[in-house]
Design a binder for this molecule. Structure first.
Ligand SMILES: Cc1cc2nc3c(=O)[nH]c(=O)nc-3n(C[C@H](O)[C@H](O)[C@H](O)COP(=O)(O)O)c2cc1C
Length: 205
């Protein structure tokens, strides 16, 4: 189906309609409903390459993804536990925080680098790019057959965790867990477009 669309017909092909139908079925899947395996390195990289199709004013690439390999979960769990301790949480909460680092068969961090010194590209435009990158990343995982969910929580603001993932000027925007969905996705709400789209000055002329 690869095409540059230059001479593509205006009417969508059945393949494109199928793709749109598939995108409409992307729902977040919580870690407890994700089964192994998570994405392999090639699949993570493929999703990141789709994230690069996010609209990016100035070509700043204000995002990057960091995959946490299986062998690194233990080290992450120590950081999660330390963070909970430093927030003054009790032993049970600390153990819950430690366990959270093992959530999801696959885990990646989304790191944002949003600058406030770029003429013509204010921070909110860069954040839009980060969000669009996340969406493309998750849609790519979805089309590869993975369920995924963006998760933040206290850990994304934890100094030790941020230091472990971020360089100067960066912040931890979100975690992304991914794996095989262990149950069918079910529509949650009303996806009719009318509340979120209208014609400018409709009915005024
Ligand atoms: C950056 C970011 C962080 C999020 N963090 C959480 C979180 O910590 N806990 C949570 O339940 N949902 C969180 N969400 C929302 C879920 O990822 C998800 O979008 C929401 O449950 C709606 O589900 P849907 O994607 O199927 O519409 C976050 C979303 C984003 C974009």
């Amino acid at each position: 189906m690869a095409t540059n669309f230059v001479d593509a017909p205006v009417a969508p092909t059945p393949e494109l309609l199928q793709l749109l139908d598939l995108l409409a079925l992307r729902y977040s899947v919580a870690p407890k409903h994700l089964a192994p395996p998570g994405p392999n390195p090639g699949q993570w990289a493929h999703a990141a390459s789709l994230a690069l199709r996010a609209p990016d004013h100035g070509g700043l690439r204000p995002f990057r993804f960091v995959v946490v390999g299986d062998g690194e979960r233990k080290a992450l769990s120590e950081l999660f536990a330390l963070g909970a301790q430093q927030r003054g949480q009790g032993p049970e909460e600390v153990e819950r925080a430690r366990a959270r680092a093992f959530n999801g068969p696959g885990l990646a961090a989304l790191v944002a680098r949003v600058r406030d010194d770029v003429p013509d590209v204010p921070p909110h435009e860069q954040w839009l790019c980060v969000g669009a990158a996340l969406m493309n990343f998750m849609n790519a995982l979805h089309l590869m057959g993975f369920g995924a969910k963006a998760l933040s929580g206290a850990s994304v603001s934890d100094p030790a965790i941020c230091q472990a993932f971020c360089g100067p000027g960066e912040r931890l925007a979100s975690w992304v867990v991914a794996g095989r969905p262990a149950r069918a996705a079910h529509p949650k709400g009303d996806d009719r477009a009318s509340p979120v789209i209208s014609d400018w000055r409709a009915g005024q002329s």
